[in-house]
Design a protein around this ligand. Structure first.
Ligand code: ZN
Ligand code: ZN
Ligand code: FE
Length: 763
């Protein structure tokens, strides 16, 4: 019997080879009908033998193409219309509907093979891509995802490309960015001072010349997928130092890109999970343990035991780093490059050629440009592997704007996020679209980029917010932005948002958990700076059950750049003697006296319960570092030193009174250890153990009082792997159920997700 079915599919089904897959499946089962992309998903009409139709429906979800994923399949009976073929119909836009958008995808194995095949017409072509790989999110201007709505609209296909694009059996069928040397984008190498070095010579000259310059220790601005990188030879000490000087970046580690996994393994320890993450189609920067003796320049990642490493993810990267192709080998290229974001200091990364030529001129010796526009700015993602889990430090390219699915139906909401490491979040239905990493909002260009990205994503996802959620901090730029919108506003406490983000990340429904929000900073309901908080929290509300003792932060936020001030301030408030400690000898006596006065007279020394600042104080007392050049540097270095001492280290004494963790005994313990010349690593290890013991204590007593057994860990401090591992293990041993972040960062990069869910539960 001939039957007909109408099938509606939602999920990541556009730009991922889903329609050719449907076409192939229909041919396989001898079915007629059609498939169409709409802005609400994919609609399919099939007619044929009942058994075949059922097999088709079954295979539809079981044999998906690699990049596709389904959220729902709805099947309905339809009228038999006696089609004689199966067709792919032109896309159809339904106003107001939307589809998730695929993130950008790293070069696939098939395309990599063609890229280095001298007989292929795309041999060494830097923009080779197919249905399974290539740019997506960063080139999409609108939906449905079709070439005219991308930045590839400027490149009319040649006959060969069009034939591939239109052939349902070709692996480039409807690959929107399909291109070749005859019709696609081209690279160009430019010298900022003297104009062109090589003209639009895409095949070899520009690439070979770039390889040569990199080999000579030059710094090259390279246009990538979501923005520019600044590249230089990572083994060249002078080049790396020069890059630091020009970029105005003193100590913050640079990410590096290795030619391939084999090369990478010579420099870093890589387990199976890490190898899978490095070679997967997202290709984030992965934090890896660096081997002891390598020729990586010291100043790539000074004082770190890890290296942020990645593998080439665009064809252009492959061409710059390749060590095997005969033509490319005509020019030596360093097998490991620093690939840091193309910006000065904390500005947003450059994405336009003109903008880059202007802003990066003082930074780069030459520019490797191309003429495919980047519509959406998107930084590299940064992650590490924790056991078998992925931990995000920065979520952007390869992951954004893939949605987090919500355990409830949301109203259209915009959550604007926090001030540092900003991301924002849009929700509709059961989706939360967490934006790519935007940056630090105090930078005017970053703020502009934020506004533009909010507009871009609201449009793409067809979200017209009914609610705007923002941080309670009255001085945040994001708060001011929210206040200007003419919709219902929901201010959200910073650490409540962190805990809610962790809950939503773990798909919890609205229920109470014990939230350990260990963080750097956040505006409290009492106006103090919070950050070492234990909350009894649900999406709907929270109660502060415990927190670190309030101590002064001399000079306010600027103290975060000078951990010694925090150490001196905390000690002054607690009446602890410091003058004989080694780190004090290097300090300016006058500056120390000013800090003490600030504390004594309560002048510009706001109160804080911040865990991040406690790390700073301990790191400074221990002699790790008195001043930092990037956020959390002292805490990160303290952790690095602690690792080898942490097992079995004894906690310092501490007291908890009426939910307040008193820190005098702890800091006195640290000071005593410094006096008896204990190594900073041991002091750090004891400190980590103290925090863990304290956390377990509080969780235990809160469980006794409330019967609640679930713990959520959120806030920037949980990026500390040593503390996370220790605490999670100890809590699990006590039969707590422990949730940490997997899909989103634990730091402020995940904050907006929490704000969005809380806003949906506010009345
Ligand atoms: Zn491909
Ligand atoms: Zn072509
Ligand atoms: Fe935070």
């Amino acid at each position: 019997m001939i039957i007909a079915k109408h099938i509606h599919v939602t999920g990541i089904v556009q730009g991922v080879g889903f329609r050719p897959f449907v076409y192939g499946l229909a041919s396989r089962f001898g079915l007629c009908g059609w498939v169409i992309n709409t802005s609400a998903g994919v609609d399919i009409h099939i007619e044929g033998m009942a058994a075949n139709a059922h097999s088709f429906i079954e295979k539809l979800s079981s044999e998906l193409p690699p990049l596709a994923s389904l959220n729902s399949i709805t099947v309905n009976d339809a009228l038999v219309e006696n089609f004689s073929t199966f067709n792919i119909q032109p896309s159809n836009l339904i106003e107001g509907a939307f589809q998730p958008i695929s993130p950008d995808v790293a070069l696939c194995a098939d395309c990599e093979r063609e890229l280095f095949d001298p007989t292929d017409r795309r041999y060494l072509y830097p923009f080779i891509n197919c249905t399974n790989c290539g740019p997506r999110f960063t080139i999409i201007k609108d939906l449905p995802y079709d070439r005219p709505t991308t930045t590839m609209a400027d490149f009319p296909m040649c006959d060969d490309c069009r034939a591939e694009y239109e052939n349902p059996l070709d692996r480039r069928f409807h690959a929107q960015p399909v291109a070749c040397p005859n019709c696609g984008p081209l690279v160009q190498l430019r010298n900022p001072a003297s104009g062109h070095i090589s003209n639009i010579e895409m095949r070899l000259t520009a690439i070979l010349k770039t390889r040569q310059l990199l080999g000579e220790g030059k710094i090259i601005a390279v246009k990538g997928l979501g923005g520019f990188h600044l590249a230089c030879d990572a083994t060249n000490e002078n080049a790396v130092n020069e890059l630091r000087r020009r970029k105005g970046r003193a100590g913050k580690p640079f990410a590096v890109m290795f030619a391939n996994l084999t090369t990478l393994k010579r420099y870093c320890e890589v387990n199976e999970e890490e190898a899978a993450l490095l070679t997967g189609h997202e290709k984030p920067i992965v934090l890896l343990k660096i081997k002891a003796k390598t020729n990586i320049a010291h100043f790539v990642a000074p004082d770190m035991d890890t290296l942020g490493a990645m593998l080439p993810y665009t064809p252009l990267h492959h061409l710059l780093l390749d060590q095997a192709d005969e033509k490319l080998q005509a020019q030596y290229a360093p097998p490991v490059l620093v690939m840091t974001s193309g910006n000065f200091s904390e500005e947003p990364i450059a994405i336009d050629n003109e903008d880059a030529l202007e802003r990066l001129a003082p930074l780069a010796d030459a520019f490797l440009l191309h003429d495919r526009d980047i519509h959406v700015r998107c930084d590299d993602s940064v992650a590490r592997v924790d056991g078998e889990e992925l931990v995000f430090l920065r979520r952007a390219r390869g992951y954004a704007p893939y949605p987090v699915s919500l355990p409830f139906d949301s109203r259209p909401t915009l959550a604007v996020g926090g001030e540092l490491k900003n991301t924002f979040c849009l929700t509709r239905d059961r989706y939360a679209f967490l934006s790519q990493h935007i940056g630090d909002m105090e930078n005017a260009e970053v703020y502009e980029s934020f506004e533009k990205n909010v507009e871009q994503l609201s449009h793409l996802f067809r979200v017209e917010p009914e609610i705007v959620a923002h941080d309670m901090h009255p001085g945040y730029f994001t708060t001011t932005f929210a206040e200007r919108l003419n919709v219902r506003r929901v201010p959200v406490q910073h650490h409540h948002a962190h805990i809610a983000a962790c809950m939503a990340d773990n798909k919890l429904d609205n229920r109470k958990v014990i939230g350990l929000s260990f963080d750097g900073t956040g505006y409290g309901t009492d106006g103090a700076i919070w950050g070492g908080e234990v909350l009894l929290a649900s999406y709907a509300d929270f109660e502060r059950v415990a927190h670190l003792q309030y101590l002064p932060l001399p000079g306010g936020d600027s103290a975060t750049r000078h951990p010694w001030r925090i150490a001196v301030g905390h000690a002054e408030a607690l009446g602890l003697e410091l003058n004989d400690l080694p780190f004090m000898q290097a300090l300016d006596a006058k500056a120390v006296e000013i800090v003490r006065q600030q504390v004594r007279k309560d002048l510009n020394a706001p109160r804080t319960s911040s865990m991040g600042r406690l790390f700073d104080a301990v790191a400074s007392l221990g002699g790790v570092r008195s001043d930092v050049s990037y956020e959390a540097q002292a805490a990160i270095e303290l952790e690095v030193l602690s690792k080898q001492f942490v097992n079995g280290a004894a906690p310092y004494p501490y007291q908890i009174k009426d939910g307040i963790v008193l820190l005098g005994d702890l800091l006195q313990g640290v000071i005593n250890d410094v006096r008896s010349n204990q190594p900073a690593g041991l002091i750090g290890a004891r400190f980590h153990q103290t925090l863990c013991a304290m956390a377990v204590d509080i969780c235990r007593s809160t469980r006794n009082d409330t019967g609640i057994n679930e713990i959520a860990l959120s806030g920037g401090v949980w990026q500390n792997q040593t503390l996370l591992t220790l605490t999670r293990e100890r809590l699990s041993n006590e039969n707590f159920v422990v949730y940490s972040h997997n899909q989103t960062p634990a730091n402020d990069g995940g904050l907006a997700l929490g704000q969005a869910v809380i806003a949906n539960y506010s009345s």
